[in-house]
Design a protein around this ligand. Structure first.
Ligand SMILES: *[C@@H]1O[C@H](CO)[C@@H](O)[C@H](O)[C@H]1NC(C)=O
Ligand SMILES: *[C@@H]1O[C@H](CO)[C@@H](O)[C@H](O)[C@H]1NC(C)=O
Ligand SMILES: *[C@@H]1O[C@H](CO)[C@@H](O)[C@H](O)[C@H]1NC(C)=O
Ligand SMILES: *[C@@H]1O[C@H](CO)[C@@H](O)[C@H](O)[C@H]1NC(C)=O
Ligand SMILES: *[C@@H]1O[C@H](CO)[C@@H](O)[C@H](O)[C@H]1NC(C)=O
Length: 374
């Protein structure tokens, strides 16, 4: 994620040529230099222009946005200036249980409250996560008496990936009674119109009817909003699945042995109260070049190092940790990089340990044709 490039230059030795060849050589060199100079003037103008465009695009694309809180008929124009997309009212109508109707149980009931924790929790809420639910299977954990909740962040357009992940997880869960108290859910934002067909909402509607495994909130789905996605999963687990012991997050594009990760999480939980299992990255520096994917400005994050954080692709934690991270996310100054924010900054504020476990070291798959989980 944060590799630095290594540059090498090749030099070749030259022999000094005889007299008339030198004259010809010098003449040609001058001509060549003139041509190069001319080209350079043109291209540098070009590259300044391209840099400006890229910078502007990144600024537009990576700024978090929120869909208007009232039921939107028209989603805001998406980042590349494409056509605005109309979504029928019925598909975006909030479900019967808005966020404020349900209160998670008292924190003191689920974890030990130290003085430091109480101090943090007494700070004012500066980032409320008050999006409406478009779809919310709010009673699945209760019905199944879930002890483990598996969450998969997914983009509305990733219908195929969801099908693949469902297939593998259903097979795993169905294979043995070990997993009868496991619930698996996808977490979606609202289609942004750029990467999704006009039918995205209808397709999601069908998936909901068939599988009832989708939680969808009305923030706009795009890369700059990944923090909202991360917080939405913490919030849902804290609010609608608080009787579970653990939450496992697995992205729809990673390969890992899920049964081993679950076993590792359960074993670890026998000996520790609050913790995060994942693949930790230590000593990472913020990217300050505007055109890179993980660019972050000094205004957003002034320090020269990130705290140790875990990659979001595969994470395991007890429910109490999830709840604490959610509470912290409401109060700690945010940055848009969700992994760094939640498992780095918020975790450090809470004094929760992060462990790299070999079962949580995963690979990404890129072409979508491979089997993601096992
Ligand atoms: C949690 O367990 C309690 C006690 O058994 C029950 O009353 C409550 O409905 C459960 N809630 C959820 C969300 O599972
Ligand atoms: C699990 O297996 C049973 C019997 O083999 C089947 O009826 C059921 O649909 C399966 N459930 C899932 C979620 O795959
Ligand atoms: C929308 O779905 C219908 C069938 O459900 C299909 O015929 C049509 O081509 C789809 N449109 C788009 C833009 O994907
Ligand atoms: C995943 O781990 C389990 C338990 O160790 C093992 O039985 C299974 O074969 C593994 N699956 C793969 C594909 O390696
Ligand atoms: C963090 O945890 C350690 C060990 O549990 C403890 O000694 C320390 O006081 C804690 N610090 C804060 C700020 O909570």
């Amino acid at each position: 994620m944060f590799d630095s490039g290594v540059c090498g230059t090749l030099f070749r030795q030259r022999h000094f040529p005889p007299g008339h060849v030198v004259v010809l050589f010098v003449g040609l060199s001058i001509l060549y230099l003139l041509v190069i100079l001319q080209m350079f003037q043109t291209t540098s103008k070009h590259s300044i222009e391209i840099n400006r465009l890229v910078r502007e695009q990144i600024q537009r694309e990576y700024r978090p946005e929120k869909v208007t809180n009232t039921t939107p008929e028209t989603l805001p124009e998406e980042a590349h200036g494409g056509p605005t997309q109309t979504v029928s009212k019925s598909t975006l109508a909030p479900t019967k249980v808005p966020y404020y109707d349900v209160t998670p149980p008292n924190l003191a009931k689920i974890t030990t409250l130290t003085q430091d924790l109480e101090l943090l929790l007494s700070e004012p809420v500066i980032n409320p996560h008050n999006f409406n639910y478009v779809h919310n299977p709010d009673d699945v954990c209760k019905k199944q008496k879930a002890k483990l909740l598996i969450v998969t962040p997914s983009a509305p357009a990733n219908v195929k990936k969801r099908t693949q992940v469902r297939k593998i997880i259903h097979k795993l869960l169905n294979g043995t009674s070990l997993y009868k108290d496991v619930v698996h859910l996808f977490f979606l934002g609202s289609p942004n119109g750029r990467c999704t067909s006009q039918n995205a909402s209808q397709i999601i509607e069908k998936e909901v009817k068939k599988y009832n495994d989708i939680v969808q909130e009305d923030f706009l789905e795009f890369y700059g909003n990944i923090r909202y996605k991360a917080v939405s999963m913490l919030k849902w687990a804290s609010t609608f699945c608080y009787n579970a012991s653990y939450v496992l997050r697995i992205d729809d594009d990673v390969t890992a042995n899920l049964s081993q990760a679950i076993a590792s999480l359960r074993t670890f939980g026998c000996y520790h109260e609050d913790f995060i299992l994942g693949k930790a990255l230590e000593g990472c520096k913020p990217m300050r070049k505007r055109h890179v994917k993980y660019f972050i400005s000094k205004e957003e994050y002034p320090h020269s190092l990130y705290p140790t954080f875990a990659l979001g692709g595969l994470l395991g934690y007890p429910l109490s940790t999830v709840r604490l991270l959610y509470e912290a996310s409401l109060r700690v100054k945010p940055i848009w990089l969700d992994d760094v924010y939640i498992t780095g900054i918020c975790r450090t504020k809470l004094n929760i340990s992060l462990f790299t476990q070999k079962e949580f070291v995963f690979d990404h798959i890129n072409d979508g044709s491979l089997v993601p989980l096992s």
